[in-house]
Structures are given as C-alpha cells and as structure tokens.
Write a protein that binds this ligand. Structure first.
Ligand SMILES: C[S@@+](CC[C@H](N)C(=O)[O-])C[C@H]1O[C@@H](n2cnc3c(N)ncnc32)[C@H](O)[C@@H]1O
Length: 273
C-alpha cells in the first residue's frame, strides 16, 4: 500500500492499514481471527473488471467506483447504489488475476495525496486533518485505520480512557442485514494512520463506508460527501449516519462539540453500543 504519511508524535506507531489487536482467549477473539484470515472469493477477470462478469462487483451489486481525471490525476469516486447503499462493497483481492490498476482497487491503494495534519483553529479540538487540494464529492480520501479489537477489548479501553480522561478514538461500525447486525471495532489510539486525526462535525464533509479489500473484516473507508475546498478541515459524523444506511457509533464522554457549524447539536454523539 502506498502511504507516505507519518505521525509527529513518537509515541504513536504509524500503520498503513488496520491490523489485528492483541490476542485474547475468548470465542469472540477466535471469531475475529477467523474472519481476519478468511479471504472471500475473488474474480476470474483477465481483462478489466466489467460489472457484468466480475464476481467482486457482482457481490457488491454493481460498480463500486467511477473514475474522473482532474489536472491529469485519476480520482476514484464511490458509486452510490440506486435506492440502497446497504450492499457491502468488495474490492478485487490479492488473489484476483486482474491487473493491479483495475478500477475496483481503490481503498487498498492507500490515502490520496495532499492531506495534512495541523492544530485546529479552536485549540481545544486538538489536531485535525486538512486537505491542500480540492477533493470532489464522492472521492476516496483515506482509511480510518487502527487495531481491530473485540467488543470486550473496546469496552475495557473505553473505560480506561474515561478514567484517565484520555480522548477516545475507538470507532464501532454496525452493519445491518435483514437477520443480524455485525460489529467491527477499530482503535487508532496507539497504532493508526492519517485518518485518526479526522474530527467530528454535525455538518460533515466526509462519510465512512465499510469496504472489504481481501478479508471479511471491512476497512473503514472515508469518502467526501461534498466538494471539499483547499485548506478545509475534513470531518465525519461520529454518531449514527442514517443518510448512508449504516450506523457508525462511537462512544465518547459527553463533551461539548466544537464543530462551529449552523447545524451543531452542542455535544459529540454519545451512544451505547
Ligand atoms: C479521532 S480523534 C480526532 C483527532 C484529535 N482531535 C486529535 O488531536 O488527535 C477524536 C477526538 O477528537 C476530539 N474531537 C473530535 N471532534 C470534535 C469536536 N467536534 N468537538 C470537540 N472535540 C472533538 C475529541 O476529543 C475526540 O475524542
């Protein structure tokens, strides 16, 4: 994966994609390990990946991305599925025979260029992630990468964060099917990538979409949900995101929201999961 970013804080370890968290002797961890090691069936495409033939795209119910060129650079944008964005997205895998430049390999290629981490104008918000270039609506930006942990590990870490008054970075993804809800917990507090600096906004310019790139555990992929101008801060909604039919619930200590938008609800989302 191509990722030229790094952390300025020496206590943090930069990872280019999510990694499995510490071992635990529980059935929950065994299931997580199993899912992490399970590769889904890839495609058989030798030339391109047309959605009429590519198994990865058929599993995704159609094309995942389209491509436009801006200033000579390819920009990949998510294709929202007509009337329903709840279908899981599968990219072509390391075992698929298609070309590594196939249009169904976007998140796995790593973050876009021109992202920068710097202190927010309101210092109480800490660091934030900004873009130096225009990012068009629907374009892929980066993964929210961290340690993939079990629910019991997430609860223990959240409690520890709260008792030590540390910021929370743990993200809980809920994916709903007609019969069950699957949860994925990602903690970038000690091992993470550039995505860990994205703050919450009540009127965000990004959204988080689960995308599977090799294994059954989805990556938390950040896409623009508006055109984002140079020097704008990138934000997503930490709480439930109904607009995209997935719910993203992060438990945080009830804390004043400093997003400074007209739609601000006053507090960071605070949910049990
Ligand atoms: C994923 S981190 C974002 C990066 C963080 N600002 C930093 O300096 O590392 C999440 C933490 O940032 C802070 N934060 C994010 N969005 C905020 C907002 N809208 N208002 C206040 N604090 C926010 C909260 O402390 C939250 O637990």
């Amino acid at each position: 994966m191509n990722d030229n970013y790094s952390h300025s804080d020496n206590n943090l370890l930069y990872i280019t994609e999510s990694i499995l968290g510490p071992k635990e002797n529980t059935p929950e961890y065994e299931k997580l390990l199993d899912d992490y090691n399970t590769q889904y069936n890839g495609c058989y495409c030798k030339q391109g990946c047309p959605d009429s033939v590519c198994v990865c795209l058929q599993q995704s119910h159609g094309n995942n991305y389209d491509r436009i060129t801006i200033n000579g650079e390819d920009v990949f944008r998510i294709c929202w599925k007509p009337n329903d964005n709840t279908y899981p997205m599968y990219e072509c895998t390391s075992k698929c025979p298609c070309n590594p430049t196939c249009g169904n390999r976007v998140v796995q290629r790593g973050p876009i260029d021109g992202l920068t981490v710097r202190p927010c104008e309101n210092k109480q918000k800490g660091l934030g992630l900004f873009t130096l270039h225009l990012i068009p609506n629907r374009a892929f930006i980066c993964e929210y990468a961290g340690e993939i942990i079990t629910k019991s590990q997430a609860l223990a870490r959240i409690q520890e964060n709260e008792s030590k008054k540390h910021d929370n970075y743990i993200f809980c993804l809920n994916e709903h099917t007609s019969t069950e809800t699957t949860q994925t917990f990602v903690d970038p507090s000690q091992f993470g990538n550039i995505g860990r600096y994205i703050n919450h906004s009540c009127d965000p310019n990004c959204c988080v979409v689960p995308v599977r790139c090799d294994t059954l555990i989805p990556k938390l992929a950040i896409f623009a949900c508006k055109d984002i101008q140079p020097n704008e801060e990138l934000t997503f909604r930490y709480g439930t995101d109904c607009e995209f039919n997935h719910s993203f619930i992060t438990k945080l200590t009830a804390k004043n929201c400093l997003c400074n938008t007209d739609k601000c609800q006053g507090y960071l989302p605070f949910n049990d999961f």
